[in-house]
Design a protein around this ligand. Structure first.
Ligand code: ATP
Length: 250
């Protein structure tokens, strides 16, 4: 469903993603881990068509995101790390707007909004202006908006940040059920316990490079630590004396 083929991307002289090869299939929940600045969000932005690769290509359902942007990205539901809503719309108005942008008819849009509102527990506040929502209420509304068109691929950047335990449970169950229903799910996260609990496959990035990709069992075998937690495996894989960024040059 999602393929990165030799993808690199720089910002000026800074190489943010370096020769990324990665494939996520139908029904697979993939968690990308990595320190701050590792290149996770840059990879996501190339997947959803917000940034172009400097070299290589990203394909969604076999469609190239640059050459066939509309066909590729219409298959995606995207939840960015900073939820964005229009303050002066109610949750329902915002969701209807997004549904119609995806080409749903007014009656399909009404049905999809009702379905996702119930799923994400929005019914009590969906007719209030979104400017009055808490962070968690906004995040749940954005999740609902990403699923209105029943996407084949779900891309979520840091989905658990700032959510209460009930909402975290809801989001984890939703990500798992999307994958179980056949979607390809890409999640970037620092929440290692959530990745350990729900992901089928884990990737670890560092300074733009994918250091490892595979199941938790494969990561344990790779590291030679049969009973280790994901946290200890991750910390030893990404450890270096200098921390996340190399020291500045002379
Ligand atoms: N718009 C930009 N302009 C210049 N450099 C950028 C820009 N966006 C990201 N970078 C740099 O690219 C590298 C990768 O950043 P990216 O946001 O992809 O990392 P990340 O893994 O998502 O980090 P975090 O976990 O902190 O969200 C970092 O060194 C960052 O400073």
């Amino acid at each position: 469903m999602i393929e990165f083929l030799g993808v690199s991307r720089s910002y000026g002289a800074k190489l943010a993603v370096d020769s990324l090869d990665l494939s996520i299939g139908r029904g697979e929940l993939f968690a990308m881990l990595g320190q701050n600045g590792a290149g996770k969000t840059t990879s996501i932005k190339m997947m959803v068509g917000l940034l172009q690769p400097g070299s290589g290509s990203v394909r969604i359902g076999g469609r190239d995101v640059v050459a066939e942007t509309r066909l590729a990205t219409s298959q995606i539901g995207y939840v960015p790390d900073q939820p964005f809503l229009y303050d002066k719309l109610s949750g329902r108005e915002f969701l209807r707007f997004v549904a119609e942008m995806h080409g749903l008819s007014p009656s399909q849009a009404r049905g999809a909004v009702a379905r996702e509102s119930t799923r994400f527990g929005l019914d009590d506040f969906i007719d209030e202006l979104t400017e009055s929502y808490s962070h968690g209420m906004k995040q749940r509304t954005v999740f609902a908006s990403a699923l209105l068109h029943d996407p084949q691929v779900l891309v979520v950047d840091e989905p658990m940040v700032g959510l209460d335990p009930q909402s975290i449970r809801l989001v984890k169950d939703m990500l798992r059920s999307q994958a179980d229903a056949g979607a390809g799910v890409f999640m970037s996260t620092h929440t290692l316990a959530a990745a350990e609990e729900i992901a089928d496959k884990i990737g670890v990035m560092k300074r733009g490079k994918l250091l490892f990709v595979g199941t938790l069992a494969e990561l344990r075998a790779f590291s030679g630590e049969e009973h280790a937690t994901l946290e200890s495996l991750y910390l030893s894989l990404t450890a270096d004396a200098a921390g996340a960024e190399p020291p500045p040059g002379p």
